[in-house]
Design a protein around this ligand. Structure first.
Ligand code: SF4
Ligand code: SF4
Length: 432
């Protein structure tokens, strides 16, 4: 099956249980999506599963296809569904094609049998966790209103015992955004995680008071504050760049490094265009993106129209190109456009300083973050271009920090601050 206009590869987030979940996380943008399918059992049938895997694997013109499951909570489908999925994906894969499997889960239903299955089939699992207990339990509650921290920790330990490969997906919101190092150090030192994806929570309040659609220019109290978002990333970056480069992997830092060396976008949100990360609902409905599972962004149903035709459609192309073509001038002239590209269109609902619509709600955070990391990113990019490892940055910064400490110890209160800020020492690093 080919379509000349289809990209050689595309990514699909499949939701076998739709929006159904066994938890009730306060900020979940997906729980309300149940309203899109009234009366549905929210379970992917064998027929849709088979059609999806057949069309998806045969639609990839690259040597590896990644079958990605998420929700709602995908483990609600039960293990047999995934046994079938793995078998079908293998059966439909083109000769020589490797099929990789991923799953995003809240972890609460995982047990030994699940972990054995995930390990055997080399799943990469994304475990949702928001930090240590009091920060995680702020919003990640079950249907009885109880915190889920202990159950998620148990899942992490089980996966470690069984050798399951997993990343942390940590949403950043009003409750944990003010505790960046507590969050980061918890994942690194207590959990033993090496890969962390941070995801800012920006929940728009719709005109009817719900958060079902990407509509409205007000956000919930749970949403991350733009300045706090930048400060959160900066605090973690400053620790990471001095001690963890090459040992810990943070999505924003890896993506930034790729942008600074000119290697292209490592995440869709930092890419110039969208259009390569679709979402499949339990009944075969295909949407332009996981964040736009709403009627205006429904491309069609793969049981009626071939998936490749939908992926190659003008509507899909327009959705992708709109990310670039609707940028306000403020972004087009922004010094860090190459690394940010206006971030995700779902968050573009505020105005620029001169009043143009379409600015990203968390722009201030990104501007501050990308400006802050620029010097270190330039050094890392330079190391990489010379064929050296990026972790060489840690030695370079250690020497600079030592030199600065020495300069601080000799600075007079009214001298310019040795850090180069242009302020007097007493108003900068000599404060207090
Ligand atoms: S809309 Fe946002 S999440 Fe979806 S593909 Fe575009 S940048 Fe990525
Ligand atoms: S930092 Fe702000 S102005 Fe710059 S590209 Fe990103 S959203 Fe636009």
């Amino acid at each position: 099956m080919t379509d000349r206009k289809a990209p050689p590869a595309f990514h699909v987030m499949a939701k076998p249980s739709g929006a159904a979940c066994n938890l009730n996380c306060a900020y979940c943008f997906f729980l309300e999506k149940e309203k899109l399918y009234p009366g549905s059992d929210l379970r992917m049938s064998r027929a849709v599963l088979e059609e999806y895997l057949s069309q998806y694997t045969r639609g990839q013109r690259v040597p590896e296809a990644t079958v990605a499951w998420q929700g709602g909570e995908p483990t609600l489908m039960g293990l047999d569904f995934f046994r079938q999925a793995v078998a079908l994906a293998g059966a439909y894969a083109l000769p020589g094609m490797r099929v990789a499997h991923t799953m995003q889960t809240n972890g609460t239903l995982l047990d030994d049998t699940w972990c054995e299955f995930l390990r055997e089939n080399e799943f990469l699992v994304g475990l949702s966790m928001d930090g240590p207990r009091e920060l995680h339990d702020a919003y990640r509650l079950d249907k009885g209103g109880r915190g889920t921290f202990a159950r998620v920790m148990r899942a992490a330990r089980l996966m470690q015992q069984h050798g399951v490969d997993f990343n942390i997906l940590c949403t950043v919101h009003a409750a944990n955004a003010g505790h960046p190092l507590e969050v980061y150090r918890f994942f690194r030192d207590e959990l033993g995680a090496e890969w962390i994806q941070f995801i800012p929570i920006v929940e728009r309040i719709n005109y009817d008071g719900t958060t079902l659609l990407q509509q409205g220019d007000k956000v919930t109290d749970r949403s991350v504050d733009p300045t706090q978002w930048g400060d959160f990333l900066i605090a973690i970056f400053d620790e990471w760049v001095r001690r963890d480069v090459g040992a810990m992997f943070v999505n924003y830092f890896e993506a930034a490094a790729a942008s600074w060396v000119g290697a292209g976008a490592a995440m869709c949100i930092t890419g110039e265009t969208c259009g390569n990360a679709l979402a499949l609902e339990h009944n075969g409905d295909l949407y332009t993106c996981d964040h736009f599972v709403e009627p205006d962004y429904l491309l069609g149903n793969i049981m009626e129209t071939p998936m490749l035709e939908l992926v190659a459609s003008d509507r899909m192309r327009r959705f992708g190109e709109d990310k670039r073509d609707t940028l306000p001038r403020y972004c087009r002239e922004c010094p860090v456009l190459f690394a940010c590209h206006g971030e995700c269109p779902k968050n573009r609902f505020t105005r620029t300083p001169d009043g143009e619509a379409g600015l990203n709600y968390i722009c201030a955070g990104y501007r501050a973050f990308f400006a802050h990391i620029d010097p270190a990113m330039r050094i890392m990019a330079d190391l990489l271009k010379k064929g050296r490892y990026a972790d060489g940055i840690m030695g370079i910064l250690a020497e600079r920090d030592a030199a600065l400490r020495k300069a601080y110890s000799h600075a007079g209160r009214n001298d310019p601050c040795p850090c180069g800020s242009g302020r007097k020492y007493k108003h900068c690093h000599g404060r207090g």
